[in-house]
Design a protein around this ligand. Structure first.
Ligand SMILES: *[C@@H]1O[C@H](CO)[C@@H](O)[C@H](O)[C@H]1NC(C)=O
Ligand SMILES: *[C@@H]1O[C@H](CO)[C@@H](O)[C@H](O)[C@H]1NC(C)=O
Ligand SMILES: *[C@@H]1O[C@H](CO)[C@@H](O)[C@H](O)[C@H]1NC(C)=O
Ligand SMILES: *[C@@H]1O[C@H](CO)[C@@H](O)[C@H](O)[C@H]1NC(C)=O
Ligand SMILES: *[C@@H]1O[C@H](CO)[C@@H](O)[C@H](O)[C@H]1NC(C)=O
Ligand SMILES: *[C@@H]1O[C@H](CO)[C@@H](O)[C@H](O)[C@H]1NC(C)=O
Ligand SMILES: *[C@@H]1O[C@H](CO)[C@@H](O)[C@H](O)[C@H]1NC(C)=O
Ligand SMILES: *[C@@H]1O[C@H](CO)[C@@H](O)[C@H](O)[C@H]1NC(C)=O
Ligand SMILES: *[C@@H]1O[C@H](CO)[C@@H](O)[C@H](O)[C@H]1NC(C)=O
Length: 445
């Protein structure tokens, strides 16, 4: 089918059709290697007449070998089953590679950054240094205390400073329970949060999209008895093996078709939607403290720091996206029934919420404060949000150049969000009174 498509393309519309190439890695959700969307809604360079004067970044750690959960739930059982199967893979069609294939990850590597991951963190440092060459080199960079976030931050700093790392102080922020919202991992202190939210919804759809895959693979390899978890593991291996070895036979579109990849992606989107997105009211309350503290930091003209960069885990960026009201399936509808927008039995292809764009490895959200003197706009201060370098205009605040938001409107927006989502302890149903805001950018310690 692929060849036929190319052949037709050659005759009919060479430019359009040949430029389209489905890339499974850009549909791999939390296991997607870092990528910048090809078609961001708006141009990512600063709008005409605007200079970025300060910026705050929240960055997920770079690519890792595998996390404990994925390894124990999907990868290890699949690999063990492979080692013990009587299935002759040479007699299959799309699974022949399994007779030779060895697992790219063992228990000893879990949660560790891969070489690709380290390189990507370094590259992000190099590219931010280029974009913000007119800003002061940060004297501090923040990271939560896990090894993968610290190492990502260190690589980023090496890239940013051209290996002059001693000029930057890496501040480690405790991932502790009593830190409450005053950490880069506020979900860890929140009793109302559970890491298993979304797994029921995801698993329900998983049953739907894996059914024909299981039937097809079992017809080829009747002795293996593929299960839903095996299929999930195989999809995940495409991403993990790629960030470890550079490529993976599990990414072949002969194994899983592009339509099937969209099924895998949607199952993940359901999970993150209910775990750290619009599917749960709590999400925005977990993301708000970073938003609020970052805006305060950008507004603090007395601070010598002009660029704030903080490293965290995959859970935080989607909650910040939700606190900002971005990638909201219900936006522009005046309705807010979250469940209708993400059915568990079929894909909503036109959804806004796409975890591959929201939380790939090294995903980063930025708030830029700009000074603008742009044709047709008042001279002054404007803010804009970037997600992986793509500008994302706020739903109700884009009265500035390039979809940016005026200072006054932006401050009103943040205040409104504070009223809705600012009560961390209430949202978390905590018995204790944990710190309810983030103070790491103003604390001297
Ligand atoms: C290995 O396969 C055999 C026969 O298929 C089965 O009885 C046994 O339980 C399997 N062992 C493991 C560890 O899965
Ligand atoms: C596996 O299948 C291939 C191709 O059908 C065949 O040549 C080979 O002998 C088989 N191996 C075993 C161990 O049955
Ligand atoms: C298995 O590996 C050998 C040696 O690397 C290679 O020649 C052979 O083509 C591989 N077989 C399959 C089915 O990938
Ligand atoms: C920094 O060090 C890395 C690894 O040692 C090296 O590849 C890179 O070229 C160095 N960068 C600069 C700007 O010296
Ligand atoms: C296949 O796997 C399913 C699910 O784990 C299990 O219930 C069933 O007994 C297995 N069938 C065979 C023939 O091993
Ligand atoms: C998402 O959009 C709906 C419809 O406009 C709105 O009611 C809801 O508040 C938005 N959700 C968030 C968290 O901003
Ligand atoms: C959405 O579904 C969840 C269960 O999946 C349910 O608890 C919640 O009440 C539903 N929300 C709405 C607005 O129907
Ligand atoms: C932006 O920076 C340039 C170069 O430093 C300067 O000439 C210009 O006046 C600045 N514009 C604003 C609006 O600050
Ligand atoms: C948000 O920031 C404002 C001013 O910086 C502060 O008064 C307020 O307590 C903060 N709220 C939260 C929830 O962080």
């Amino acid at each position: 089918m692929h060849f036929q498509f190319l052949f037709l393309a050659f005759i009919a519309a060479p430019v359009l059709a040949s430029s389209y190439r489905f890339n499974p890695l850009e549909h791999s959700a939390g296991i997607a290697p870092y990528f910048i969307p090809h078609d961001p809604p708006l141009d990512s360079s600063p709008p005409q007449g605007c200079n970025v004067t300060r910026a705050a970044y929240l960055v997920r750690h770079a690519a890792i070998y595998a996390n404990d959960f994925d390894y124990e739930t999907y990868l290890e059982p699949f690999v063990k089953k492979l080692q013990n199967t009587s299935q002759n893979w040479s007699s299959t069609s799309t699974l022949r590679f399994l007779s030779n294939w060895t697992a790219p990850v063992t228990e000893t590597h879990l949660e560790k950054l891969t070489r690709v991951g380290l390189q990507e963190a370094r590259s992000l440092g190099i590219s931010l240094q280029k974009n913000y060459v007119h800003l002061k080199t940060p004297t501090k960079v923040w990271s939560s205390t896990a090894q993968r976030t610290i190492k990502s931050a260190q690589s980023f700093i090496s890239g940013f400073t051209g290996n002059h790392t001693s000029s930057v102080n890496l501040i480690q922020v405790e991932e502790s329970k009593k830190a409450g919202a005053d950490s880069l991992t506020p979900y860890k202190s929140c009793s109302a949060y559970s890491s298993s939210y979304g797994s029921d919804q995801s698993s329900a759809f998983g049953e739907v999209y894996t059914k024909p895959i299981i039937a097809r693979l079992n017809a080829q390899a009747p002795s293996f008895n593929f299960t839903q978890d095996d299929i999930t593991g195989m999809f995940e291996l495409c991403g993990y093996e790629t960030v470890i070895r550079g490529s993976s036979p599990f990414c072949s579109l002969n194994l899983f078709t592009s339509d099937e990849w969209l099924g895998f992606e949607y199952a993940n989107d359901l999970m993150y939607f209910y775990n750290t997105g619009y599917g749960r009211k709590l999400s925005a309350s977990l993301g708000f403290p970073w938003l609020n503290a970052s805006v305060a930091a950008l507004d603090d003209e007395s601070s010598a720091q002009e660029l704030y960069v903080s490293f965290t885990h995959r859970e935080l960026p989607p909650t910040v996206i939700t606190a900002l009201g971005l990638y909201n399936n219900s936006a522009y509808t005046e309705a807010n029934n979250v469940n209708y927008t993400m059915p568990e039995d079929k894909i909503n292809y036109n959804r806004a919420w796409k975890s591959s764009e929201i939380l790939p490895f090294l995903t980063n959200i930025a708030i830029e404060r700009m000074s603008c003197k742009s044709y047709g706009f008042d001279e002054g201060v404007y803010y804009r949000i970037l997600n992986n370098a793509g500008p994302q205009p706020l739903v109700d605040c884009r009265d500035g150049p390039g979809g940016s938001c005026t200072k006054e409107q932006f401050h009103n927006f943040v205040k409104e969000r504070d009223e809705l989502f600012g009560d961390y302890n209430k949202a978390c149903g905590s018995d204790s009174d944990y710190p309810s805001s983030l103070s790491i950018y103003t604390n001297e310690s």
